[in-house]
Design a protein around this ligand. Structure first.
Ligand code: ATP
Ligand code: MG
Length: 381
């Protein structure tokens, strides 16, 4: 008899012929996640199990952050003996009250009782042992699961996990990571769908300092809790910003800055092997995020730009940031490169065909190439 963690997966179930691949990826990701607590992980009978962990709570915290995991249950694994199973069930339910139902499941057909009989027999014994319990077969508060497989497994508590698709099954993308609230959330949303991400951060020393950089590295580290680790590209952006400030119409400064970010990001993304960019933009949030402005930003890149927050309100984004653990870092007060040269009256409805003229005094290719060449890469985990 031993404690194990039973891991349920969600949408991976839907995958037809590809299911073995998705399951393999998921199992591997769970294995990596529990490595620090020494867990042994295996896949059996459409279930993932973890055993031999040094700390159950830590193990749960790690596994519930693995994308593709729907929920987990602390379970007991034991021999397929009715008395032994009943004893564990009675022990597991001794502090519970209210309604319950035993869900028997038998995949080992040589076990002498069928699912119904297992449920009825064990349900009866548990009921006898704990006067605070009642049976409700329709809407039970507690679901006591008894599964007869290669071994017998018993569990009652079910802890929800992050969901989504296994990391690595959704391709690669480059996340434009500012120090704000939005972009870490945007990255999280794509990671959740199995997309492996690198982060690209634009910094403008001396206008932005070490603390702003540390903040972004901390955010990348916080996101790494979900993906294992990520590459962070640090782009020197001062020269671009100064040139834009000096040579372009003031009202279009932010928009042109964003166009440069996209151009540079696309080049770095290609180097990384990414097929798309991700930003934390939300429609109408600021002048550079109006429909017209987004059209102007998108026009300079060939790859798709994913904006998973486009339809969310700031409060909704903040809620997610809280939930995933990036909020506290995001609200630290350090200057971002964008805030340094913000125009007083930004144009909110820019016209795409006026952009070339607004940028004509800049040597775009040279600025972009220089920034890409001088970009530093770091790995965080
Ligand atoms: P907030 O600061 O309100 O949380 P934000 O920083 O995400 O939001 P903006 O400054 O308008 O909002 O930027 C829009 C998007 O552009 C960001 O979500 C991010 O993807 C990208 N971005 C902005 N500044 C940077 C930067 N310094 N480095 C990398 N990406 C950036
Ligand atoms: Mg910002």
């Amino acid at each position: 008899m031993r404690d194990v963690l039973l891991v349920r997966y969600g949408e991976v179930f839907l995958k037809g012929a590809n299911r073995p691949y998705f399951l393999r990826m998921l199992t591997e990701n769970v294995r990596k996640a529990v490595k620090p607590v020494g867990g042994h992980v295996w896949l059996s009978d459409a279930r993932i199990y973890v055993s031999d962990f040094s700390d159950l709570q830590d193990c749960i915290a790690r596994v519930t952050r693995v994308f593709g995991v729907h929920s987990v249950s602390p379970a007991v694994e034991m021999e397929k003996d009715l008395d032994a199973i009943s004893e564990v069930c009675i022990r597991m339910m001794k502090d519970y009250s209210g309604t319950f139902k035993v869900f028997g499941r038998r995949s080992d057909k040589s076990f002498p009782m069928n699912s119904m009989e297992i449920g009825r027999e064990i349900g009866g014994r548990v009921l006898e042992s704990n006067p605070n319990l009642r049976v409700d077969v329709h809407k039970p508060v507690h679901r006591l699961n008894v599964e007869i497989r290669d071994n017998a497994y018993v569990c009652v508590e079910e802890i929800p996990a992050v969901g989504g698709m296994p990391m690595g099954t959704g391709g690669k993308a480059a996340l434009l990571l500012s120090g704000g609230i939005d972009s870490p959330v945007a990255g999280f949303q794509l990671m959740k769908r199995g997309v492996r991400c690198c982060a690209i951060h634009f910094q403008s020393p001396p206008y932005t300092g070490e603390l702003a950089r540390d903040k972004v590295m901390t955010l990348a580290k916080e996101l790494s809790a979900y993906c294992g680790g990520m590459r962070v590209y640090l782009v020197p952006f001062t020269k671009c910003q100064l040139e834009i400030h000096e040579k372009c119409p003031d009202g279009l400064g932010t928009l042109i800055t964003r166009r440069f970010m996209m151009r540079i990001a696309e080049k770095i993304a290609k180097k990384y092997g990414a097929q798309a960019l991700i930003t934390g933009e939300s429609l109408g949030q600021v002048a550079s995020q109006t429909m017209e402005a987004l059209v102007c930003t998108d026009a300079v890149v060939g790859m798709p730009v994913f904006r998973p927050l486009i339809g969310l309100d700031k409060t909704e984004i903040m809620d997610i940031a809280e939930k995933i653990g990036t909020y506290a870092t995001s609200i630290l007060p350090y200057e971002d490169c964008c805030t340094v040269f913000t125009p007083r009256h930004p144009v909110t409805k820019p016209k795409l065909d006026t952009m070339p003229d607004a940028e004509r005094r800049l040597d775009i290719d040279a600025l972009v190439d220089e920034a890409v060449e001088n970009t530093e890469v770091e790995w965080v985990e």
